[in-house]
Design a protein around this ligand. Structure first.
Ligand code: GDP
Ligand code: MG
Length: 163
C-alpha cells in the first residue's frame, strides 16, 4: 500500500526542485494525453524509508500571463484528482500572493486533503511567509527548503501516517 502526492502551486515556488529531490533519477513516466505532455510528471519518491508516487505540475513556465490562470487551475485540478494528498507550495520569501489565494480557494472548494508548504525557508528565511500562510485557511504551514533539504523530517512526519 502506498499513496500519491501531488505538488501544486504557482510557477517558481520550487515544485520541480522538490520533485527532483524526492525522485532523484527514479523518474517513471510522463502524462501521455495529447497536448499536455510534460505538464504532469510522475515519479517514484523516496523520503527516508517512505516510498510513494509523486506528481509535479510542470508545464506552467512557458505560458503567457493571460492564459496562465486557466491553465494553472486545470492542471492543478487534474493533479489533485489523481492524488490522495496534495502539497500546496508557496514561496516563503515572497509571502502569500493573489495567485496563491486563487489556488488555495480551489483546493478548499474541492475539499482536497492538503499539506501547506512554505518553501525557500532555509535558515530563518520564510518565517514571515509562514505566519502569513495561516491566512490561506489550509492549516499549519510547514517550513521547507526544497533546495537545501530542510524541513524534510517534518514532511516525513505528516506523510508517514498515510502509507
Ligand atoms: P516551480 O516553477 O514551482 O517548479 O519552481 P522550480 O523548482 O523551478 O524553482 C524555481 C526557482 O526557485 C529556481 O531558481 C530554484 O532554484 C529556486 N528554489 C527552489 N527551491 C528553493 C529553496 O528551497 N530555496 C531557495 N532559496 N530557492 C529555491
Ligand atoms: Mg516546475
Amino acid at each position: 500500500m502506498t499513496f500519491t502526492l501531488a505538488i501544486v502551486g504557482r510557477p517558481n515556488v520550487g515544485k520541480s526542485t522538490l520533485f527532483n529531490r524526492l525522485v532523484g533519477r527514479r523518474l517513471a513516466l510522463v502524462d501521455d494525453q495529447p497536448g499536455v505532455t510534460r505538464d504532469l510528471r510522475e515519479g517514484e519518491a523516496k523520503l527516508f524509508g517512505l516510498r510513494f508516487t509523486v506528481i509535479d505540475t510542470a508545464g506552467l513556465e512557458e505560458v503567457t500571463d493571460d492564459s496562465l490562470q486557466g491553465r494553472m487551475r486545470r492542471l492543478t485540478e487534474r493533479a489533485v484528482d489523481m492524488a490522495d494528498v496534495s502539497l500546496f507550495l508557496i514561496d516563503g520569501r515572497v509571502g502569500v500572493t493573489p495567485t496563491d489565494q486563487v489556488l488555495a480557494d480551489l483546493l478548499r472548494r474541492k475539499g482536497a486533503r492538503v499539506i501547506l508548504g512554505v518553501n525557500k525557508a532555509e535558515g530563518r528565511a520564510g518565517e514571515d511567509g509562514a505566519l502569513e500562510a495561516w491566512s490561506l485557511g489550509l492549516g499549519e504551514p510547514l517550513r521547507l527548503s526544497a533546495e537545501h533539504g530542510e524541513g524534510m523530517e517534518d514532511l516525513y512526519a505528516v506523510l508517514a501516517p498515510l502509507a
